[in-house]
Design a protein around this ligand. Sequence first.
Ligand code: CA
Length: 169
Amino acid sequence: MCNKIQTTKMTEKENTKVVIKAFVAAFMLGILIGFVIFPSYSQPPEAYYSCELNSNLTYEHLEETILNITMPHEYVANVFDCSEGAAYLEWYLENNGFDTVIATKGDHAYVIVRLKRGSYAINTAPIHFYHPAYYNYTYLEPDDVFEDIYEACKCSWYAEWNWWTVVPN
Ligand SMILES: [Ca+2]
């Protein structure tokens, strides 16, 4: 009788292990299939950067460019928030010749534009841009800096940056 109970308990334990293993396997398979079927989710579109940097651009050029940008998506937490907004802005400014990096401080993401005469931190969240001239300059000392989208996706969870998956083509 005792033996029988022990055997039953062992079987339950083994069953649990099998179920856990199956879940882990299904999860891993799901990720793998996700990468194969939906590579755009984790990979930036081709020819992401198609413009040469222009070192002659000035603060006035930056100001003019920023004030004319329309964000492609409204602010939605975890969908298009500060990180997707920053990644989009880095892409946009780079493709207008500005040397731009994605920066993070705590859990906030924004961009820094490097011009000959100084750097400017620019925020995209929650809704509108802060004028760089009025921005809090402590943001020029970020925790992390990513030179481009590839570095951001490699060093940090890519789903934070993949704005192209939520913005219509
Ligand atoms: Ca860059």
